[in-house]
Design a protein around this ligand. Structure first.
Ligand code: FEO
Ligand code: CA
Ligand code: CA
Ligand code: CA
Length: 660
């Protein structure tokens, strides 16, 4: 979701609540931290020598940039594309020599008898069979299963949330507008959430999708799914519609996600709190638990007026069935998605995997809220590469850990296991199910490090190092800074690098309970924004703000998408790429620029590195922009057609590898 507009313009009010009351530190710690902030930025004792060298280089960056003497696209980067300038326009833009192809748009027919898109006559039945709204996470799964090709596959696409005012005529901006949505429109919105699976092909250099392919699928806010793992069947998950606490309807606010080595996909539920309303948020038996997740008396959406299960007063346990990771098999359109409770319940940005040296699979996860935490889930057993079915329920058994970033450069991973440490009945946790349903409270008690809104957390396959996108935290005070979050009023975010034991070898221990960390970059405009730090050769267009999603190319270079570049200053979101090692480390360069109002999500390379898929989310979501008068009509630019969140493919005109 964007995070820069006035609160009543977008569905943000609830996301904006920093609901972690914890930030606990002693005065001594605060003083020590403030004194050592400079040292933290300069490379953290035990971090690799390369990091220290880079940080020394970084230290020289600001004066050069402030004087504007650094040319565009200069410096020792291994990336060969010509950087594009910052800017803001109704159309998007990409580096010279590359081409943007629209693959699929909101409303395009996906399954069955789906009608073609008619924005003036949208119906629930049409939307249930059409591509959903606000695409986010993307995954490309080659076809057939087991292949590693790059011209034919399944595109798996999350649909995070809906912009009522851009979807329907006569709504208008803000919450008041959303409360104007009718019962039919509310159901259209529910059905525009979830996931799409579409078969895609590249033929004669052009990508397109296959309507009505036998693989195509819509998963929505109404799709029946299973709840599994330690919390399944717990009383807190039981409702009138599901007295077993093991089956639920739909998945909501699917932000980012991940995949597994056995070819399934994980779609992650983020700001699930926004859909529920009721006085119980203030007065009910679960009010305190609701508060920790930002569930409020007045939700962002008004769905509880028409869809009973979103009414907290009638169905107080319904929100407990959201906030999970959901695994499903994209190769089987009839597979039942499964909410994997062992991976914890919070506002999941995503869940990206790395295989540890012993074959156990580790899923790195961010909880996207101001002052919330970084997690990882480690499977109890190694995965089985020879028997896909043997991995079917691997995600039901394992250990969830939360990160504590120490000032000496160590990161400690603390297990969320019932009976260990403070996670006992005396503190209100009767069993592991309750630890998982109230993951945030359990992590509070373990004194995890409150972070600046963790978004994607992803391991670089080339080095084993892990990168944490921290998008921003404008509410951190000078008294609350710590070395991993060293900036007060952090409106631009930063990137933290975690170095697990064995990183750089072929035996990376992603399951280890300790590692090291360093600051990779501090976002913002060098020379203007306090604390912004990159490679000294970063150009005046190479800086970025609010890192959100990321991906690695085959050479281990980091591609970052943003959600919150300073639009008021005429700077749009986009994609920036950088080396993570060597002379070009932290030298970010702008590759793609989104249309006005949009954020860029889901960067995803095909296995051959020749296509980069991007999800362009909420185009035209600018202040005052409505269905009737949108700030852009991207990508159709047809009168009467509103902007349409879409997946695009970027290819090189000469057919070569992206960035090479
Ligand atoms: Fe949905 Fe954390 O962005
Ligand atoms: Ca988003
Ligand atoms: Ca975001
Ligand atoms: Ca995101």
């Amino acid at each position: 979701m964007p995070d820069t507009l006035p609160p009543d313009q977008t569905p943000l009010e609830i996301e904006d609540i920093g609901s972690n009351p914890v930030p606990r530190e002693t005065i001594g710690e605060i003083v020590e931290r403030r004194l050592s902030r400079r040292a933290a930025l300069l490379g953290l004792g035990g971090a690799a020598a390369a990091a220290t060298l880079t940080d020394q280089l970084l230290a020289a960056a600001e004066p050069a940039l402030a004087q504007g003497v650094v040319p565009m696209a200069g410096g020792p980067s291994t990336l060969t594309f010509q950087e594009i300038p910052h800017g803001m326009a109704q159309r998007d833009a990409v580096a010279p020599g590359y081409e943007i192809q629209t693959v699929i748009r909101w409303g395009d027919p996906v399954i069955g008898e789906a009608p073609s898109f008619d924005p003036a006559a949208q119906t629930p039945a049409a939307q249930a069979a059409q591509f959903g709204y606000n695409c986010d996470f993307l995954d490309f799964r080659p076809l057939p299963l087991g292949a590693n090709g790059s011209d034919h596959g399944l595109l798996v696409v999350n649909h995070e949330y809906t912009d009522t005012q851009l979807m329907f005529a006569g709504i208008g901006a803000g919450r008041a507008g959303r409360m104007r949505a009718t019962a039919d429109q509310s159901r259209i919105e529910l059905l525009a959430h979830g996931v799409s699976v579409v078969e895609v092909r590249r033929q004669d250099g052009r990508w397109s999708y296959v309507p009505n392919s036998r693989y195509n699928r819509r998963i929505t806010g109404e799709t029946e799914m299973r709840i599994s793992g330690p919390a399944a069947g717990h009383d807190l998950l039981k409702t009138a519609g599901d007295p077993t606490g093991t089956r639920c309807l739909g998945t909501l606010n699917n932000c980012a996600g991940g995949n597994t080595p056995w070819g399934t996909v994980i779609t992650s539920e983020e700001n699930f709190n926004q859909y529920f309303s009721g006085a119980a948020a203030q007065t009910g038996a679960q009010a305190e638990a609701y508060r920790r997740y930002g569930i409020a008396q007045q939700g962002t959406y008004g769905w509880s007026r028409f869809i009973e299960r979103f009414d907290l007063d009638r169905h107080p346990n319904e929100p407990n069935r959201f906030g999970w990771n959901v695994e499903f098999d994209p190769y089987d359109p009839n597979s039942v998605p499964v909410k994997r409770t062992a991976m914890g319940r919070f506002k999941h940005e995503g869940a990206t995997h790395a295989i540890s040296h012993d074959g156990r699979v580790v899923f790195y996860q961010g909880d996207d809220e101001r002052f919330d935490y970084v997690y990882k889930f480690v499977t109890a057993r190694p995965w089985n590469p020879n028997d896909r079915a043997a991995n079917r329920d691997l995600l039901d058994e394992g250990t969830l850990f939360v990160a504590r970033f120490h000032d000496d450069g160590r990161v400690e991973w603390l297990p969320l296991v019932h009976g260990q440490g403070p996670l006992t009945a005396a503190n209100g946790f009767a069993n592991q199910a309750e630890v998982l349903i109230n993951t945030r409270r359990a992590a509070d008690l373990l004194q995890a490090t409150p972070m600046d809104r963790p978004e994607d957390v992803e391991a670089n396959p080339a080095t084993g190092r892990v990168y944490v996108m921290l998008t921003n935290n404008d509410r951190r005070t000078a008294q609350q800074v710590n070395r991993a979050n060293p900036r007060a009023a952090n409106t631009h975010g930063h990137v933290v690098e975690i170095i697990p034991p064995g990183a750089g070898t072929d035996r990376v221990d992603h399951a280890a309970t300790e590692g090291r960390w360093a600051i990779f970059l501090m976002a913002g405009k060098p020379g203007t924004d306090v604390g912004a730090r990159y490679h000294r050769a970063t150009s005046e267009h190479g800086w970025l703000s609010c890192p959100d999603n990321c991906a690695f190319d085959s050479k281990g270079r980091l591609w970052i998408s943003t959600d919150g570049m300073p639009s008021a200053a005429g700077v749009a979101d986009g994609i920036w790429a950088t080396d993570t090692q060597g002379a070009g480390r932290a030298l970010t360069r702008q590759f793609y620029r989104a249309p006005t109002g949009a954020e860029v999500c889901g960067p995803c390379f095909t296995p051959d590195g020749r296509t980069l898929f991007l999800a362009i989310q909420h185009p035209g979501d600018d202040a005052g922009s409505t269905f009737e008068r949108p700030s852009t009509r991207w990508p159709d630019f047809a009168e009467g057609v509103p902007p349409r969140p879409s997946v695009i493919a970027i290819v090189k005109r000469d057919g070569g590898e992206i960035g090479s």
